[in-house]
Write a protein that binds this ligand. Sequence first.
Ligand SMILES: *[C@@H]1O[C@H](CO)[C@@H](O)[C@H](O)[C@H]1NC(C)=O
Ligand SMILES: *[C@@H]1O[C@H](CO)[C@@H](O)[C@H](O)[C@H]1NC(C)=O
Length: 225
Amino acid sequence: MFSFAVLPFLLALPVLGAPRPRASCDLIGVTVPIPAGSSLAAPASAVKFVGLGVGIQNYTCAGTGTYTSTGAVAELADISCLVNDSTLPDTATAAWSTSSKTAGQFITSFPALKRASILGEHYFVVNPVTGSGISPKWDFTSASFAGNSQAFVVAAKTGNVAAPTGSQDVDWLSLSAVSGQGELASQIYRTDTRLGQPPSSCTVGSADISVKYVSKYYLLGGTIA
Ligand SMILES: *[C@@H]1O[C@H](CO)[C@@H](O)[C@H](O)[C@H]1NC(C)=O
Ligand SMILES: *[C@@H]1O[C@H](CO)[C@@H](O)[C@H](O)[C@H]1NC(C)=O
């Protein structure tokens, strides 16, 4: 028997079924943490996105017996509301390094990131200029900018500096957009890195490896609104 008492509940159903509320905060005054004296490029515009990258760095064992990078895959969580949380890289890394979840599952279940939405993905593509080798790409077209086919950027490295936190952590980087390769950003920075470095040597012929890492990504400029 239908009762009007259930009406508010029925009306609430689409809300209950929707993703939990996501927080996004303005980034006015937020600056890229460029280490003093480093060769990272100077930021030329305001910070537009700050993501926590949670993912893996891939390596293959080269003929020299050392690992060389074959790219990376990461999910980027919007940490615009967590820019003042200085403990986040360490707490997220401690949990991610022992997690059996995918990066996406990890982000939606890690307490500090509960209200963070997914900005998009970071991965590598064939270098669009030379047609050989790989280039890093940040792609928000299937997450925060779903439906906007220009919400990506392919970039090239402009500077790197050893992580101030130690040799187990991948370098901090500055990158610039490759002309004509997306409108998401004009500059990208990888900072606050945790882990991601391969062992210092390998046995030639051994299998490829993936090393978990966490870092912040700052995206600046670009014409996407
Ligand atoms: C990295 O390695 C994982 C397996 O660990 C694989 O699924 C992924 O496609 C690789 N990505 C790249 C860019 O090499
Ligand atoms: C971070 O701290 C600054 C300075 O205290 C403050 O203005 C800003 O609102 C804070 N941001 C967030 C997202 O909490």
